[in-house]
Design a binder for this molecule. Structure first.
Ligand code: ADP
Ligand code: ASP
Ligand code: MG
Length: 439
């Protein structure tokens, strides 16, 4: 991504502190009703009145993107990509229209508008030049043109930008993957050289596990980019993983907080700002994540010869399908079995790709298991503590939860289980590793 080096800041004569440029991102629930939208408008204007430059990035109203996905799949279970992205990006257009309208209406009430001037301007991804690659539904931002944004900010306008969307080199509307407004906000903040990026959501920070799944969850005051990336990649959808990667790359501080109160949230910061040890180094297991909605494919009767795995995973990756836990069994009778998981959004597409491989592997049998969940324990502290994985298996066994696949890395252990048992698994792991005692 090409970035510009910070805005030219104008120092206001009577201000106690220099102006900051703050990007504020509001998620679906935060703009879910007209009353919530009015609140966002007042919040943005109040923030600006304190002397800062404000840029908003908003998601579609809660439930809207799901509704659009459902409409598309009624017509075609694997919708054509260009049309699909055009459709599912539209929820954000409604949201920016409403939020910007609310800001201008409130600004008028406050006597801030003079002679047809405006205090806010709604902008879609293509209008400001959020350029992406052409991987529909999982597009990556390549460049953001900040010229128009800078001009509006300098004129005291609050740009309200549609999250989740961009435009590819062929002028197609693209989307950045579910939860992608976080990534839009962080990328825009990085491109503008913003001082802070505030992610307003429906919980008041990042917790030791999803507070909606486990009443014992504890809020984490500060967390490093690395730790947050691990939690996000394992299913803690409070931040889209890509947004944390960009924040880490540009050392942009993130503040995850609630739009329902003004409580201090969680700061996602560089490791060095956490002192000697990161939050997670102080404990063996620092977080539990659950990714509900996994599908397991088992491919049986594959020939045992070099290149088989490449012949399978190459086409899957060419179709932009993200494959997770992969297990290859020891061959018996010269035949191999390979199992792997994909997210439920990729289920049908993965099946379609695998069916085409039957021309190469005539004997291959495809077995599918849906409605699974991946539960993971995460913590850099576990590197030096043997027995963490076996404790996890024991805790799950005590609740009669069977494990279908296991993967480990130095700082995490993941188990694939039935989705119906995900909540029980999260609760027992959270308590078993004493996360309810985290201060
Ligand atoms: P938004 O629409 O604001 O982007 P999301 O639904 O995408 O909100 O993300 C917020 C949700 O993330 C919370 O409601 C919570 O259920 C979930 N979540 C999962 N793991 C965590 C965690 N470790 N800490 C906080 N929230 C989490
Ligand atoms: N509206 C999109 C979604 O529901 C993007 C987002 O919410 O961040 O995934
Ligand atoms: Mg989200």
């Amino acid at each position: 991504m090409k970035l510009n080096n910070g805005l030219q800041r104008v120092m206001a004569p009577c201000k106690k502190r220099p102006m900051a440029l703050i990007v504020q991102k509001f998620g679906g629930t935060s703009v879910g009703t007209i009353e919530r939208i009015r609140h966002v408008a007042r919040w943005a204007l109040d923030s600006q009145a304190r002397g800062d430059d404000i840029v908003l990035v908003v998601s579609a109203m809660s439930g809207e993107t799901n509704r659009l996905v459902e409409l598309a799949t009624q017509l075609n279970p694997i919708p054509y990509s260009r049309e699909y992205d055009m459709l599912i990006a539209s929820g954000e257009q409604v949201a920016v229209g409403l939020v910007s309208l609310a800001i201008n209406t409130e600004a008028e009430k406050r006597g801030l508008l003079k002679d047809g001037s405006y205090r806010s301007r709604p902008l879609l991804g293509h209008q400001i030049g959020i350029l992406t690659d052409s991987i529909f539904s999982k597009a990556r931002i390549q460049e953001i043109n900040t010229t128009l944004l800078r001009r509006e900010i300098a004129a005291g306008v609050i740009p309200v930008i549609a999250g989740f969307q961009g435009v590819d080199p062929d002028n197609n509307i693209t989307t950045l993957g579910r939860g992608g407004s976080d990534t839009s906000a962080v990328a825009i903040a990085a491109a503008l050289g913003a001082d802070d990026c505030e992610i307003y959501t429906d919980v008041d920070g990042v917790y030791t596990t999803d507070p909606r799944m486990c009443a014992d969850a504890r809020k984490i005051a500060r967390i490093s980019y690395e730790e947050m990336m691990e939690l996000a990649s394992l299913g803690a959808k409070v931040l889209q993983i890509r947004s944390v990667e960009i924040a880490a790359k540009y050392k942009l501080p993130l503040h995850v907080r609630s739009s329902f109160n003004s409580v201090e949230g969680t700061r996602v910061v560089p490791q060095e700002m956490l002192g000697q040890a990161g939050v997670m180094e102080q404990v063996v297991v620092a977080g539990v994540a659950a990714d509900v909605g996994q599908v397991k494919f088992t491919l049986q009767n594959l020939p045992e010869r070099p290149g088989v795995a490449a012949a399978i995973f190459g086409p899957l990756s060419a179709s932009a399908i993200v494959v997770d836990v992969i297990v290859q069994d020891v061959p018996s009778n010269g035949l191999l079995t390979i199992s792997f998981t994909v997210g439920k959004g990729d289920h049908l597409k993965a099946r379609q790709v695998l069916e085409t491989l039957k021309t190469t592997f005539a004997q291959m049998k495809i077995v599918e298991e849906a409605d699974l969940a991946k539960v993971s324990i995460v913590g850099v502290g576990m590197q030096n503590h043997p027995g963490v994985a076996s404790k996890m298996f024991t805790l799950l066994a005590e609740k009669s939860i069977s494990i279908k696949l296991i993967t480990t890395s130095e700082i995490k252990v993941s188990c694939l289980i039935d989705a119906a048992q995900a909540k029980a698994a999260v609760e027992c792991l959270h308590r078993g590793f004493e996360l309810h005692r985290v201060e």
